[in-house]
Design a protein around this ligand. Structure first.
Ligand code: UTP
Length: 275
């Protein structure tokens, strides 16, 4: 059973300035729900009740969001507005939340290493909340748990991206096991199109085995001077221990303005269709 999910939320979100100058990008809403809440809902549905955040400065509103707001709740208690808090109250009731801070923005790999004290020695999920995923039937993390249960290796969710966009992602290649699963052999962080081993991009969903922490400790800064999770995963992949999974569903890159607007339109259309 994987019970823990790590949310690295320490990044600056520079693509959303000035909106992210004094608030976390993870609190930007798609309709009325902040991105981070969609991520935690996905983790809980996948069986991960212990939610661990690696935060940074300016991220306090995330902690407040996953806590009771007495005055407000008292004020709207018994009114029709109360139902608007049901979804977040359910998460607060069912999950535990723990936090630690990444003091310097040294990259996603460093953020995950910072979270080791909250995770310990067990496999765990990682969700980058600015990738908003809508699964087909099961959500993407729940699909990945099944992949982990089959292979017992780290799992990365992948999708095909246009060749011109490979330099925004970690790109994988490897042995195709069946339509959905790839035994990863190579992983390259943000390659130039001519150097990319494929157009299969890793998106913000991972299940990691705990040996990743020791590997990260020994991973020197890579692309952009940051400790790259991709480099640590490449070490696992060299031993055949990373599975790439083509998930069933859709991903919106809500860290970019285009993806954010697309997600908003998608969720709005879906909401207005449901009675
Ligand atoms: P991004 O590459 O999206 O960076 O990080 P960012 O700072 O969030 O956004 P932009 O590019 O400046 O607009 C990917 C994920 O890794 C986390 C971010 O919070 C995001 O969830 N991260 C990145 C950290 O937690 N710490 C870091 O040092 C770097």
């Amino acid at each position: 059973m994987i019970t823990k999910c790590l949310f690295p939320v320490a990044g600056y979100g520079t693509r959303f300035l000035p909106a992210t100058k004094a608030q976390p990008k993870e609190m930007l809403p798609i309709l009325t729900t902040p991105l981070i809440q969609y991520g935690v809902e996905e983790a809980l549905e996948a069986g991960m009740k212990n939610i661990a955040f690696v935060t940074g400065r300016n991220k306090r509103s995330i902690e407040d969001h996953f806590d009771i707001t007495y005055e407000l709740e008292d004020q709207i208690s018994g009114t029709s507005k109360e139902s608007r808090l049901h979804s977040i109250r359910e998460l607060i009731d069912k999950c535990t939340f723990s936090y630690t801070r990444q003091t310097h923005m040294r990259g996603l790999g460093d953020a995950i290493l910072t979270g080791e004290m909250l995770i310990g020695n067990q496999p765990f999920g990682v969700i980058l909340a600015d990738d908003l995923c809508v699964g087909e039937s099961d959500n993407v993390m729940a699909q990945m748990v099944r992949v982990y249960e089959k292979y017992r290796f780290s799992v990365v969710a992948v999708e095909e991206v246009p060749v011109g966009e490979v330099d925004k992602y970690g790109i994988i290649s490897g042995e195709q096991l069946d339509d959905e699963h790839i035994r990863v052999e190579r992983m390259v962080e943000k390659p130039a199109p001519q150097d990319a081993p494929s157009n299969l991009a890793v998106i913000g969903r991972y299940i990691l085995t705990p040996d990743i922490f020791e590997i990260l400790q020994n991973t020197p800064p890579g692309k952009n001077g940051e400790v790259q999770l991709t480099d640590a995963l490449q070490t696992q992949a060299a031993n055949g221990k990373v599975i790439g999974y083509r998930f069933q569903g859709r991903r919106f890159d809500c860290g970019s303005v285009d993806g954010f607007v697309e997600a908003t339109n998608f969720f709005y259309a879906r909401q207005t269709k449901t009675p």
